[in-house]
Structure formats: structure tokens, C-alpha cells
Write a protein that binds this ligand. Structure first.
Ligand SMILES: *Cc1c(COP(=O)(O)O)cnc(C)c1O
Length: 369
């Protein structure tokens, strides 16, 4: 049996550290924000190569906070992609702004910079690229276009902790970078969590206020804010995990390299990584014809798989009133139809990787015959 991911294996490996830190928060009585969260922020900002990290309760909140900190709201348009988790779009709508989709580039499945200029209107305020599956979007090109048009950039780095482009980390290119610490993410809390990182002191200050009801000081509400605070226990757990994240990322990359080697020999279409980009493999997705049949075969062999994502956001019923239709974003739609995510987590064994490859080989060969 090969699970899709194994959260219990990670916990088992660091159980004494986690238990000690959780107990210390319980003893401290500082259950919301407090020193454990501040300590985590002090570790996470340099990890991202930014001066500031503002810890919040979810990745979605981080995105919403980033948009509000940049004063993006009703009447404004934000250029983003439909091939993402719905939270990216939802955050723009929470802010009262309008999401304007552009397609992805087929190689990396991230925002295609060539599509941006055609989508810019006088109302465009920001570009919101998504570092899908753990590989960064083409941030050099995106930042050039943003600067030329005076647009803000928010990176959805919720799947890309520690990803790099030309040696610079995800979250450090745009005005603000947003992360999720949902348990299954590369850096996961034991519950919900998120953070927004920035190099800008003023934006960091605004986000700190906005996450805590916009308070400049107690009961002095300078901004119309939110309750987006991080729990002390989650901050403490994430602080412990910071000592392991680089190693876990390298283990993911090693598993991906083992998959790559086999799939190249088998002729299976696997993730492309652009030279100069450090992919952190939140998701390892191959592209297969007859996906349902392939997935069924893996399942019979005891191998879990997933689809990220089967329906792009522009075709989700909830967002029908944005006015998009099938065929609007052909690259996203083709990816949604063919992509299959394979087991990927730091603790996956070389044996398990081989089992997945063998099982995939059986069904791919059968298709070729
Ligand atoms: C997980 C995720 C989010 C939302 O994060 P939550 O912590 O679940 O709110 C946003 N965008 C992307 C691309 C994600 O993968």
C-alpha cells in the first residue's frame, strides 16, 4: 500500500519535540499569537528571504490580508489563473475585487506572462501568480510587466515553501508572498495556518493590524480588520518544523528525481522543471491519457493518487457569474483533463516509488499494446 501522503509518519519522527512545545504553550496560557508565533515568524521570514513574516490562521486569510493591505477592493481587477485551488479566486472576491483569468504556460502550468498584457485594463491593480505544485511562476517576466504598468504583485506561494528562481525564494519577488500551513502542505501545522511575507515594513505593519481587528492598540481600531490571528500552539509546532523543512524538501526532490528517471525511460509525461527553478514538489503530477483507467489500476494495486485540479476555477459552478465558458483557457482545461498526482511526501521510500512506477508501467504498456 502506498498512501498519497503520510502525516502520521512525519509526526512519529518528531513526536517528542512537538509534544514538548505544545505542552509549553499550554502551560504558558498564551494561546493566540504570543511568543511562539513571533518566534516562528522570526524563522519563517529569513527562510523566504524577506524581512517580515506575518502569521495568520489560513493561507486564504494571508491572500485576503495581502490584497487589503495593498488597498485592493471594489472596482479593482486582479489578474490570476484558473488552474489553482479555489482559494486564490475566493480571496480576490472576499476583497470585493474582480478576478480576471489568464491561461497558464504548458511547460510549468503557471501563469503565462505573455497573456498578461492582453488582460490589463485601467482597473487592473495587481497580478496574482500561483506557484503551482511547488514550481515558481516566471517571476522575472511577471515583475517586469508589473513594473512597466505600475501593478502590485502578490505571490500565491501556498504550495511552494522554499521554492526558488535564480536562487531567490518564493514569496520574495512580489510585494507580498502568501503561504498556507494546512497539514498536507510542505510545511504543515497540526491544524490551520498561514503567513504573508514582505520586504516592506509599512505593508508588514498594516497586515499585523489587519489580522487583529485593525487595532493600532487595544480597542483603537485604525483599520477595518479581521480575526486572522494564528494560534500559539500552531506557531510553536511550525517553529519546531522549521528545523526540518530543508531536509524534508530535499527528500521530496529525491523522490521526484527517482520518479523522473523511471518515467523518462517509460515515456510517461512527467513534470518539467525550468533550469534555474527549484521545484519543491508539493504535488508530483504526471500527464496520462485515459486517466480514470490509470487511476483505477493504481487503486487496485493499493496506490493512492489525486487530481489537482479536475475542474479549473473558471468552470466551477460557484464562479459561473464571472462569465467564463469552456474553451476560454485551453491549456488549463487540457491539464485538468489529463493530470494525475502521484504519492509524494518526504517519508516515501524508494521501494514505494518503485511500486508506483511499476504499477503505472503496467497500465501505460497495456494502453500502448
Ligand atoms: C492551500 C492553498 C490555498 C489556501 O490555503 P488554506 O490554508 O487552505 O486557506 C491557496 N492557494 C493555493 C494554491 C493553495 O494550494
Amino acid at each position: 500500500m502506498v498512501p498519497f501522503l503520510d502525516l502520521k509518519a512525519q509526526y512519529a519522527a518528531i513526536r517528542p519535540e512537538i509534544e514538548a512545545t505544545v505542552l509549553s504553550v499550554l502551560d504558558s496560557g498564551q494561546y493566540i499569537l504570543g511568543p511562539a508565533v513571533a518566534d516562528f515568524e522570526d524563522k519563517f521570514a529569513p527562510f523566504c528571504g524577506t524581512a517580515h513574516a506575518v502569521a495568520v490562521n489560513t493561507g486564504t486569510s494571508a491572500l485576503h490580508l495581502a490584497l487589503r493591505a495593498l488597498d485592493i477592493g471594489p472596482g479593482d481587477e486582479v489578474i490570476t489563473v484558473p488552474m489553482t485551488f479555489v482559494a486564490t479566486t475566493a480571496a480576490v472576491l472576499y476583497a470585493g475585487a474582480k478576478p480576471v483569468f489568464v491561461d497558464i504556460e504548458p511547460r510549468t502550468c503557471t501563469l503565462d506572462p505573455d497573456q498578461i498584457e492582453g488582460a490589463i485594463t485601467p482597473r487592473t491593480k495587481a497580478i496574482l501568480p500561483v506557484h503551482l505544485h511547488g514550481q515558481m511562476a516566471d517571476m522575472n517576466a511577471i515583475m517586469d510587466i508589473a513594473r512597466a504598468h505600475g501593478l502590485k504583485v502578490i505571490e500565491d506561494a501556498c504550495q511552494a515553501h522554499g521554492a526558488e528562481l535564480d536562487g531567490r525564494r518564493a514569496g520574495s519577488f512580489g510585494d507580498i508572498g502568501c503561504f498556507s500551513f494546512y497539514p498536507g502542505k510542505n510545511l504543515g501545522a497540526c491544524g490551520e495556518g498561514g503567513a504573508a511575507v514582505t520586504g516592506d515594513q509599512h505593508l508588514a505593519d498594516r497586515m499585523r493590524m489587519l489580522r487583529d481587528w485593525g487595532q493600532a492598540k487595544k480597542y483603537d481600531h485604525a483599520l477595518a480588520g479581521f480575526n486572522y490571528r494564528m494560534d500559539g500552539i500552531q506557531g510553536a509546532i511550525l517553529g519546531v518544523k522549521m528545523a526540518h523543512i530543508e531536509r524534508w524538501t530535499e527528500l521530496r526532490r529525491a523522490a521526484a528525481a527517482a520518479y523522473d528517471l523511471r518515467f523518462d525511460a517509460m515515456g510517461v509525461e512527467r513534470p518539467t522543471t525550468v533550469p534555474g527553478r527549484r521545484h519543491v514538489y508539493h504535488v508530483y503530477a504526471v500527464s496520462v491519457p485515459e486517466r480514470e483507467r490509470v487511476q483505477g489500476h493504481l487503486q487496485r494495486k493499493g496506490i493512492a493518487s489525486g487530481i489537482h485540479y479536475p475542474v479549473p476555477v473558471h468552470l466551477q459552478r460557484a464562479y459561473a457569474d464571472l462569465g467564463y465558458k469552456p474553451g476560454d483557457f485551453p491549456v488549463s482545461e487540457a491539464m485538468a483533463a489529463r493530470t494525475l498526482s502521484l504519492p509524494m511526501f518526504p517519508e516515501i521510500t524508494p521501494q514505494q516509488v518503485m511500486e508506483v512506477c511499476d504499477a503505472l508501467g503496467e497500465v501505460v504498456d497495456a494502453a500502448a499494446v
